[in-house]
Ligand binder design. Structure first.
Ligand code: PHE
Length: 450
């Protein structure tokens, strides 16, 4: 068997797109985006986020696909091959593997909450109905060490089982059903949200930017989140790109994946904020937002509990299709660089990731609520990966494609986008200058240098 036959390829373009959309669309869209938008002033955050997606995220996604496909390798080896064996560039690949490792450790805890809410839906949220009781319910979940550890373990177990068996058949097939189902569900819930008294206020909150609410920390968060939500800056899209056939159009694919991803994030806001405003809740409720808002509506609508079960199952699956791509980054690194077999390269890193996630799972209970710096362990890990490691990975990816990679190879990759050649120069300059300058400026501002 040739090397590429062993590594495998996507069965079809649609399979590739769904797997990438599966990686991109996850907790970042439905759990994280609404609450960080709420904390950072709503519309102004949404606006900056959209600029980041189009000016930085999409161009870098094209870079990741180009690096992955041209080398047909996992990230560390891809940087190694294309840089002619430079240790510094290999280190960028390793940074990505570390980011995947840390990210999965707390991602799994949140996915665990979604799983617990499937169970809670069967119990009709233990009889809780109003905003107050449902808010307290989340507080009780967050501060219960047993619940957090149990579901963290269960979710890591599911992720491990899929990566253990290889991704293609299972995840490609599951994505074909789950992704359209998720969209359908979101549109049904949007129809419900449209009838709520708070919809108008919610719409204004999301779409009318108030520049006075702009903060430097908000800009960093928007930039970081554009990497987080598109699965960029840590090798996931590079790895998926490495399984891609030569003729897939990497530019249109990047645009399509990003537009779908953004739509889901905005839909999530338009579903959740009407509930929040209709019930006099606070959009700054933090990481519990989705769990504190959605059950209120489910507990009051016809067939609400059935909707609730389906919603939280879909949320779990959205998280699973992202988690798989995270573990796959660590696993493929372990196989390629340490020479381990697939099974040990799956289970051992997964076990270590589980252990590393334990302090995140206990951040609401046994661990102190705040560490130096004012955040708990869970929030600190999120902050580190999302706001620093991923943008840093993205910055280096852009610099690599812009200045280090052979321009002819870059051109050949871009040429898969038939009819879009006139955009090559614009894209290339964006990658060379706009992306690095934007990311660096935000970093420098954060460390107080200007
Ligand atoms: N994009 C995923 C989400 O929004 C998270 C993720 C990041 C997945 C990086 C893979 C790689 O939930």
């Amino acid at each position: 068997m040739t090397e590429s036959a062993e590594r495998g390829h996507w069965g079809s373009r649609i399979g590739f797109l769904l797997a990438c959309a599966g990686s991109a669309i996850g907790l970042g869209n439905i759990w994280k985006f609404p609450y960080i938008a709420g904390e950072n002033g709503g519309g102004i955050f949404v606006l900056i986020y959209l600029v980041c997606i189009f000016a930085v995220g999409i161009p870098i996604m094209v870079c990741e696909f180009a690096i992955g496909r041209s080398t047909q390798s996992s990230p560390v080896q891809a940087f190694d091959k294309l840089s002619g064996g430079s240790t510094g560039w290999k280190a960028v690949g390793v940074l990505g593997v570390l980011a995947a490792f840390v990210l999965l450790s707390f991602y799994s805890v949140v996915a665990g909450w979604a799983m617990h809410y499937v169970y809670l839906s069967f119990t009709r949220f233990g009889g809780a109905t109003g905003a107050g009781a449902i808010g307290e319910l989340f507080g009780a979940v967050f501060s219960n060490p047993g619940i957090n550890l149990f579901w963290h373990l269960a979710f890591m177990g599911m992720t491990t089982a899929i990566v253990w068996g290889g991704v293609s058949g299972g995840i490609e097939k599951a994505s074909r059903i789950m992704m359209p189902a998720l969209f359908l569900m979101l549109f049904i819930l949007l129809a419900k949200a449209l009838t709520m008294p708070g919809f108008g206020k919610a719409f204004v909150f999301v779409f009318s930017p108030d520049a006075s609410k702009l903060t430097p920390a908000g800009v960093l968060e928007a930039l970081g989140h554009s990497f987080f939500t598109l699965s960029l800056g840590m090798g996931a899209m590079m790895t998926y790109g490495s399984y891609m056939a030569d003729d897939f159009d990497i530019v249109r694919s990047s645009v399509l994946i990003s537009v779908l991803d953004t739509m889901v994030a905005l839909l999530a806001c338009l579903i959740m904020y009407p509930i929040i405003f209709s019930y006099g809740m606070n959009p700054q409720a933090g990481p519990g937002l989705v769990f504190k808002s959605m059950p209120i509506v489910f507990s009051q609508m016809p067939f609400g509990m059935a909707f609730s079960v389906v919603f939280f199952i879909l949320l779990t699956f959205a998280a699973l299709s992202s988690a798989i791509s995270l573990l796959e980054v660590v696993t493929s690194y372990t196989i390629d660089n340490w020479g381990w077999g697939r099974h040990s390269a799956t289970i051992i890193p997964a076990a270590v990731i589980f252990l590393f996630g334990v302090p995140s799972a206990l951040s609401g209970s046994w661990l102190p609520a705040t560490l130096p710096g004012g955040k708990n362990f869970f929030d600190s890990m999120d902050y580190l990966v999302s706001n620093w490691m991923m943008p840093l990975g993205g910055l280096f990816t852009a610099l690599f494609v812009g200045f280090r990679m052979d321009v002819e190879v870059v051109k050949k990759e871009f040429a898969s986008a038939k009819g879009l050649q006139p955009f090559f120069t614009g894209w290339f300059y964006t990658v060379k200058f706009v992306c690095p300058i934007a990311v660096t400026a935000v970093f420098l501002h954060m460390v107080g240098l200007f």
